[in-house]
Design a protein around this ligand. Structure first.
Ligand code: SAH
Length: 363
C-alpha cells in the first residue's frame, strides 16, 4: 500500500511499514517534534482557541511570582553578574514577560541577566520574540552558554517522549505502535503492540519493577538526559531551577499517556501531529537523576504559590479592578491553587547548586 506523503500519519505509516512497529517514544517524538509536520512545529497550541491552557496563560500572577522567586534566588547567590536566566519550552513567552516585568523594580537584575529561551518550535519562537524581545534562543538545554543559571521549566518535561513497558506472562515488554489493517473508511490507523524486552526491567525504578502482571510502566529517556545535565551544571557552575509540571511524587506503575485537542481528551494514536500528547512526570525519578544538585520538594503548586504570596498579589490586583476583573482574579487564583484544579496535581521541584541557601516556597 502507498501512503499519502503530506501528513504525519502517512509518514509514520511508511516508517512502520519499513521498520516494523516503533517505540512509543519514537511515535511521540515524531508526533510532537517532526521538523516539518510535528504538532509543536506547526501551531501555537495554547489558549482558548487552541488545545490546552497553562498556568502563565491563566494569570499574570504566575509569571510574576516566579520572577520574584528568581530575584530572591539571585540575591541568595550573591548577585552574579552576568548570569543566565533560562526557560525551557517557554510557550508564548508569557511567563518570562511577566517575570521580567515583576523584577523591573531591581534594574540590576535585568541588566545582569542573559535571557535564554530553549525552544524547538518556530511558530512559538516567533510569538516569544514578540513578548520577550530581549531574549536569545537555543535549540537545547546543552546549548546554553556557561555561567550561573536560574532556570524555569513549566510543562516542559511532560512534553518529552516516554517509553512504555507492560508486564505480561513473558515478563516486561515494550509497548509499540503498529499499523492497523487498512479499511476503506480508515486507510491509516494505529494500534498498540508489545515486544518482549528482557532488558526493560533494568531500566525501571525498583519500586515499579515488581509491579503485577498487566501493569504499565513509563520512562522518559529525554527527560533523564536533561535532568542529569541540569544537575551536573548546577553542581559545577551554580544556580537554581524550578521544574513545574503535573505528575506524581513517588515512582509508580501506571499509564499516564494522554492527548488533548480543543480542550478535550482524545486517543493519543488517533491524530498524530494534530493533538498534544503528554505523560505525567515522575518527580522521584527527577530527584534521583539530578545528580550533583540539591533538591527541594516536590511540593504541590497550590502550597508553593501561596507561600510565595499569591494571595497578597491577588488582593493587590483586585484593589484597582472592575467587578469583572475581580471575578477573573479570584477564578484564576482558585484555578492555580485549588485542590481539585491545578493546585494539587501540579508539583514544583526546586534544585540548587551546592552551598546555596534554600529557595523560597519549600519551607
Ligand atoms: N511553558 C509554556 C508552554 C508549555 S507547552 C507554558 O507554560 O505556557 C510545551 C513547550 O515546550 C512548548 O513551547 C514546546 O514548543 C516546547 N517543547 C516541546 N518539546 C521541546 C523540546 N524537546 N525542546 C525544547 N522545547 C520543547
Amino acid at each position: 500500500m502507498t501512503f499519502p506523503p503530506h501528513d504525519l500519519a502517512g509518514h509514520l505509516a511508511r516508517l512502520i511499514e519499513q521498520q516494523g512497529p516503533i517505540s512509543l517514544a519514537t511515535y511521540m517524538a515524531l508526533a510532537l517534534a517532526h521538523p516539518k509536520l510535528g504538532y509543536y512545529m506547526t501551531r501555537d497550541p495554547l489558549g482558548a482557541a487552541g488545545d490546552f491552557i497553562t498556568s502563565p496563560e491563566i494569570s499574570q500572577m504566575f509569571g510574576e511570582l516566579l520572577g520574584l522567586w528568581c530575584l530572591d534566588m539571585w540575591e541568595k547567590l550573591g548577585r552574579p553578574d552576568p548570569f543566565i536566566l533560562a526557560e525551557l519550552g517557554p510557550g508564548r513567552g508569557t511567563l518570562m514577560a511577566d517575570a521580567l516585568r515583576a523584577t523591573a523594580l531591581l534594574p540590576e537584575f535585568a541588566n545582569a541577566a542573559h535571557v535564554a529561551l530553549v525552544e524547538i518550535s518556530p511558530v512559538l519562537q516567533a510569538e516569544q520574540k514578540r513578548n520577550v524581545p530581549s531574549a536569545t534562543w537555543y535549540k537545547s538545554f546543552s546549548a546554553l552558554p556557561d555561567g550561573p543559571l536560574l532556570l524555569i521549566a513549566n510543562e516542559f518535561f511532560d512534553a518529552l517522549p516516554v517509553r512504555q513497558f507492560q508486564r505480561t506472562d513473558l515478563g516486561w515488554c515494550e509497548r509499540c505502535v503498529a499499523l492497523q489493517p487498512a479499511t476503506s473508511d480508515l486507510p491509516i490507523s494505529f494500534k498498540f503492540g508489545l515486544k518482549p524486552d528482557p532488558l526493560a526491567a533494568t531500566l525501571l525504578p525498583t519500586a515499579v519493577r515488581d509491579a503485577p502482571e498487566g501493569a504499565i510502566a513509563e520512562i522518559s529517556p529525554a527527560g533523564d538526559t536533561v535532568i542529569a545535565a541540569l544537575g551536573a551544571r548546577l553542581h559545577a557552575q551554580g544556580g537554581a531551577a524550578l521544574i513545574i509540571d503535573y505528575g506524581h511524587t513517588r515512582s509508580a506503575a501506571g499509564d499516564t499517556l494522554q492527548a488533548m485537542k480543543e480542550h478535550r481528551f482524545t486517543d493519543p494514536l488517533a491524530e498524530p501531529g494534530l493533538a498534544d500528547i503528554t505523560a505525567h512526570v515522575d518527580f522521584e525519578n527527577l530527584r534521583k537523576k539530578a545528580a550533583g544538585a540539591t533538591t527541594y520538594g516536590p511540593v504541590e503548586q497550590g502550597d508553593f504559590l501561596l507561600r510565595l504570596g499569591i494571595g497578597a498579589r491577588a488582593g493587590k490586583l483586585k484593589q484597582r479592578a472592575t467587578p469583572d476583573e475581580i471575578h477573573d482574579t479570584d477564578a484564576a487564583l482558585h484555578r492555580l491553587t485549588g485542590q481539585t484544579t491545578m493546585g494539587r496535581l501540579f508539583k514544583v521541584l526546586g534544585l540548587t547548586g551546592p552551598g546555596t541557601p534554600a529557595p523560597a516556597g519549600f519551607e
